[in-house]
Structures are given as structure tokens and as C-alpha cells.
Design a binder for this molecule. Sequence first.
Ligand code: FDA
Length: 311
Amino acid sequence: MLRQPLLQMSKSARVRHLVETAPVTRAVVKRFVAGDSAADAVRASGALVGSGRLVTIDHLGEDTLDLTQARATREAYVTLLERLSDAGLTQDGQAEVSVKLSAVGQALEGDGEKIALEHAWDICQAASQAGTTVTLDMEDHTTTDSTLSVLRELRGDFPWVAAVLQAYLHRTEGDCRDLSGEGSRVRLCKGAYDEPESVAFGSRAEVDASYVRCAKVLMQGQGYPMLATHDPRLVDIGGALAARAGRTQGSYEFQMLYGIRPDEQQRLADQGEKMRVYVPYGDDWYGYFMRRLAERPANVVFFLRSLATKG
Ligand code: FDA
């Protein structure tokens, strides 16, 4: 019930100001965000890798309409990749990066897609030099075709670039089929945006059923499926689908978000599964934070309670 209003608020400048300036917000944000700087991200990644988990790092920010900002985001990724490499964390792809195309220019009028492609290409080049990989995050459905088109271009030079597909979209089972070929890395998630019924399943049960169908397609394919979910039922089903498809541990991976179900992350890693944690950092955390609140009403209650006790 709270999901839709919260996702709408994630686009409101007024609510953004209120949330960003509330005295206790920082403390709550800290649960989901590794810190403001690249050094914070490298530190958090080092600890996760030390515990047997893998990471994918997101420099926070999205929907930029400013070319200078888009260029700065590209630079931030290039610098981050150098630092990760210097820290020995990019070896065997232990630490990779996740990029939102809207943060590197996709939403700019006119040439947005081309600019985003050029910036993403530079980031892929830096990742290649560091010996690791890049995943293109997926945003709302109006960007899906554009993001998949950029993915195809990038894969011409960097075949390891990963896509994200969202089980809540009607189209996704077909996209999974298209992207299940050899070497194709695909992260499957439920989907985090406020989407109309014309393109997306409305109920939790329908989204979960779609997730299972999509996971089955990916597991039976020749690619490298990455199951991004905290849902214990889907984690179990994902493992069973992998076994049924004759896959061994390491030929697929699980992924979860920084700060969410860390015990379960560790349990899976300790069982020998590849478990990658999505680690966001930076000061532009508002959109990301609101999506995390929208996913779980208990997070909103926790946030409001903190406001009431400290404010
Ligand atoms: P669901 O929301 O049903 O949650 C299952 C259980 O997990 C909950 O009962 C709770 O225990 C726990 N949980 C889930 N979310 C929580 C939260 N915020 N706080 C506390 N507990 C929580 N989306 C997208 O549209 N594009 C993308 O590129 C990505 N990328 C991405 C990467 C990775 C690694 C992950 C894990 C997720 C994404 N997502 C995403 C987000 C995804 O689409 C989805 O919104 C969230 O993962 C929540 O869905 P679950 O599958 O976890 O199930």
C-alpha cells in the first residue's frame, strides 16, 4: 500500500529536501549506503571480500540532465576502478561496478543515448584494464529498450557486460530468452520502480511467478545467471533450478543489497555459493533510499520512529 506513494515521493523535490535535511536521516541511510566517498566504498568492499562475498559497486546518482554531471560520474567510476585495482579487489572480478545509464547521460535531450554509451564505454575500458566487469542497472520501463541497445553495442567490445532484467515487466521472460546465450551475464531482479499495469504485473504473486519462469529460462540457458533477491523462497527455488539444470556452484550467483539480510548473505557464501553484494556509495542517495523504504514497510516505520524519538 505504501509502495506507490513512496516511489512517487522519490521524484518529488519538496519531499527530497525534507528527507535529506531531517536530522536522523543520515543514521538510517547508513544502513543501506556504504558512505560518501570512494574510500568508503573500497573499505566496505574489502570487508565483504574478506568475508568470502563478492561485490558490485554503485556510484549513487540517476536521471541527470546535466552533461558536466554525467562526465563527473564517468570520472568517479574510472577513479573507483583504479582504487579497487590498487587495493587488489578486482582480481577475478571479486569487485565489479554497477552503472545506471541515466547517471551518465541517457536522459539528456537529443543525444542522450549516444553520450551514455560513450561514457559507459569508458567505464568498461577502465574495468577491462582493472581486470573486472560492469553491470548496467535497469531503470524504469521507458529506458529498457535504450539500455538493452547500449548493452548490445558495449558487448561488441566487452562481451562480459551484464544486463539487468526485471521480473515485474511482461516482456522480461522473452528478454531472458534473448539474453540466455553463451557468456551472457544477466542479473534477474523483481524490479523497483512504479510501473503502469500496461507493462508490469501488479500483484506480488504474479511478479514472483514471473521471477521463477525467468530464472528457469536463464538457468537452462548457456549464460551466467545472477539471481538478485532477498526473498528466501526465491533463493531456494533458484538453487533448485540451478541443480535441475545440471549447474554447479560458481556457474551462477546470488546477489543481495548492502545492509539487507547480511546473515543470509554470509550463510550462502559459507555454503560455497557465489554471493555478490551491491554496495552503493556517494551523497546522491535519495532515490536509492526511497526505493529501499518502498520495498519494506518496516523500514518506513523504523525511519519515522527515529524521526519521532530524535527530532
Ligand atoms: P521482496 O521485496 O519480496 O523481499 C523479500 C524479503 O527480503 C523481505 O520480506 C525482506 O525480508 C527482505 N527485504 C527486501 N527488500 C528489503 C529492504 N529494502 N529492506 C529490508 N529488507 C528487505 N531493481 C531494479 O529495478 N533495477 C536494478 O538494476 C536492480 N538492481 C538490483 C541489484 C541487486 C543486487 C538487488 C538485490 C536488487 C536490485 N534491484 C534492482 C531491486 C529489486 O528489483 C527489488 O526491488 C528488491 O530486491 C526487493 O525485492 P526482493 O526480490 O528482495 O523481494
